[in-house]
Design a protein around this ligand. Structure first.
Ligand SMILES: *Cc1c(COP(=O)(O)O)cnc(C)c1O
Length: 396
């Protein structure tokens, strides 16, 4: 079949919930993707911050193959070895006490929201608790996660959502304080907002929110589904701030391509008990074998050092870009999670980049989002800048 035939067939059978780019991806290798026409693309999206170690990593692929030949799934009625090992590694690197494995990010958020509700129920026996979330946040598409996602457009057609959610302004401590009352049971935020436009939290905000939670017996939930797993140059973005959450959500690069997420809790927030929560697939041996291998690769490669050195180079190149084009209004982010603010039609720019062999995505309405594999080199950065500049030159 030709590319157009694949696309036509996909569009006649898949529910049209995405306006997809005009290419059919066939395979990946390292930081490059190849489409069905054999065309090569430098990938600065990594499957939306998923492929931390790039595509077709032999060690990772072999680990999965080996697990497939043993057992893929057991259900959670039994113990299994990969989940046991993965939970131990995850608590060790995060400093959290307990893990619940999910199949996606949005399910990790559901678990965090249920944890908050149960914590409140235990706290005072009532059922009218409130959660404070942030404007421009993104936490997922299932009903609970959507309810704490600060985006009217995503929410509107699906109301009524779960009740008791209020939205504060990110990085504005006073706006959070104004919403806290005796019913408040949790505050949820992304230490670096992703989808909303790559906004890192300030230290003052993170510390202030932690204090509000401590003073009022409120759970602090950090959604590190996108900004965690080394993306920002530390294992978790909250490591930059010296502020710990009570509940931590993860997904995306946790499995590096195998669908897996997790919510982690400290002992105080370990309130869910048998009967409260469950999942058929969550934490199955295949998914957690992926987590194990990914965490092992974080330990034994110096990938965080690479993130820190390459991102320094990347940021210097983004400075140059900002100087060169007056419609490039600047950039912000941490590590290899960067946003370039562009005052020109983004969709069109992205389409042109893709035509020129660079896969790049957006965040918010005017931000180009760079979330490449964590293994990229300075040469890959040069290659990206060269293609992006070729496209931006057309708008001068
Ligand atoms: C992607 C994302 C989610 C949702 O994860 P899914 O696996 O798509 O359900 C939640 N929170 C953040 C911060 C994300 O980036």
């Amino acid at each position: 079949m030709t590319k157009q035939e694949y696309i036509n067939e996909a569009e006649s059978n898949l529910l049209h919930t995405y306006n997809r780019f005009n290419l059919v991806i066939e395979k990946g290798d390292g930081v490059y993707l190849y489409d069905t026409d054999g065309k090569k693309y430098l990938d600065f999206a990594s499957g939306i911050a998923v492929f931390a170690f790039g595509y077709n990593n032999k060690e990772y692929n072999d680990a999965l193959k080996e697990q497939i030949d043993k057992i893929i799934h057991t259900s959670n009625l039994f113990y299994n070895v990969p989940a046991t090992e993965a939970a131990k590694k995850l608590t060790a690197i995060s400093g959290m006490d307990r893990v619940f494995f999910t199949n996606s990010g949005t399910e990790a958020i559901e678990g965090a929201v249920k944890t908050a509700r149960k914590y409140g129920y235990n706290r005072d026996g009532s059922n009218d608790h409130e959660i404070i979330a942030m404007k421009h946040s993104f936490h997922g598409r299932s009903m609970g996660a959507l309810s704490v996602t600060g985006n009217d457009k995503y929410q509107e057609p699906f109301k009524p959502l779960i009740g008791g959610v209020k939205f504060a302004d990110f990085n504005d401590l006073e706006s959070v304080k104004a919403l806290v009352n005796s019913k408040t049971i949790a505050i949820i935020l992304e230490p670096v907002q992703g989808e909303g436009g790559i906004y890192p939290a300030t230290k003052e905000f993170m510390e202030g929110v932690r204090k509000i939670c401590d003073d009022n017996d409120i759970l602090l939930i950090f959604d590190e589904i996108q900004c965690g797993m080394g993306r920002t140059g530390k294992m978790f973005a909250h490591d930059y701030y010296g502020v710990k959450p009570d509940v931590l959500t993860m997904a995306k690069a946790l499995g590096c391509g195998i669908p897996v997420g997790a919510f982690l809790v400290n002992e105080k927030a370990a309130v869910l008990v048998p009967g409260d929560h469950g999942t058929t697939y969550g934490g199955n041996p295949l998914a957690t074998a992926a987590v194990n291998k990914v965490l092992e690769m974080f330990e034994k490669t110096k990938v965080l050092d690479n993130v820190n050195s390459v991102s320094e180079y990347l940021e210097s190149k983004l400075d140059e870009l900002t100087d060169k084009y007056d419609f490039v209004k600047g950039h912000r982010g941490k590590g290899l999670m960067q946003g370039i603010i562009i005052d020109k039609p983004l969709g069109e720019i992205i389409t042109k980049c893709i035509e020129n062999g660079l896969i790049i995505i957006s965040a918010g309405s005017n931000v180009l989002r760079l979330v490449p594999p964590l293994i990229i080199t300075n040469e890959n950065v040069d290659e990206m800048i060269s293609i992006l500049s070729t496209v931006l030159d057309e708008y001068k």
